[in-house]
Write a protein that binds this ligand. Structure first.
Ligand SMILES: C[S@@+](CC[C@H](N)C(=O)[O-])C[C@H]1O[C@@H](n2cnc3c(N)ncnc32)[C@H](O)[C@@H]1O
Length: 189
């Protein structure tokens, strides 16, 4: 930058402020685009997955969404055993790829898919059933989205952490094969 241009810029305070703030604004933009990690990967035992889908009374042809689908086990069981059209959303590339591979291997591509993306940026308006196994603070972030988008009668099953502010239709306690207790909350919009 030559001295004349530099002097011109210095005479324009707003331009100068913008130049000085540019790296800060770029950083802020970047962090607001970075998806929130709403929970670590901690899989639901298969027995409990089945109980969740039974509790939701998932039917063939219904649309299920698993928020943070991990290795894809809920999506896979929903499609394979319950005949649902199942979608998982997973932020972790490795888990996403692993679950897509499993779906292909099982020949379930017509009924099961995984979106590599952010739970908070999806459209759930077609969902009949939503499954949630996230942290309590994350349920608070997801709740407004579900309240806005879910159709009347859609069911939401939360594993271990309730959706605060909603009244569950049923609360079920189930023990897994290792004797660990799980609590399932069924909500109906
Ligand atoms: C507790 S695990 C539950 C996995 C699976 N639903 C189950 O019950 O077996 C939570 C999953 O959410 C994923 N996750 C966390 N934040 C996310 C986000 N913002 N968007 C998509 N997936 C996310 C994690 O990578 C992890 O696989």
């Amino acid at each position: 930058m030559n001295t004349d241009i530099a002097m011109q810029l210095l005479k324009r305070p707003l331009t100068l402020i913008c130049i000085l703030l540019a790296p800060v604004l770029a950083l802020a933009q970047q962090s607001s685009d970075t998806p929130d990690r709403l929970a670590p990967f901690y899989p639901t035992p298969e027995l409990i997955v089945e109980k969740m889908l039974q509790l939701a009374e998932l039917k063939p042809g219904e649309h299920l969404f698993d928020l943070g689908s991990g290795d894809g086990r809920i999506v896979i069981m929903a499609a394979q055993k319950f005949g649902a059209i199942a979608t998982g959303i997973e932020i972790d590339r490795d888990l996403y790829e692993r679950s897509v591979q499993r779906i292909k291997k099982l020949g379930l591509q017509q009924k099961a898919r995984i979106i590599h993306g952010d739970i908070l940026k999806q459209d759930y308006s077609s969902a009949d059933v939503v499954t949630v196994y996230l942290l309590p603070s994350s349920n608070e972030k997801v709740r407004p989205l579900l309240e806005k988008q879910l159709k009347k009668g859609a069911r939401v099953v939360c594993h271990d952490f309730e959706m605060s502010g909603w009244t569950p239709e049923r609360v079920v306690r189930v023990e897994d094969q290792e004797g660990r207790q799980h609590t399932l909350f069924l909500y109906r919009r």
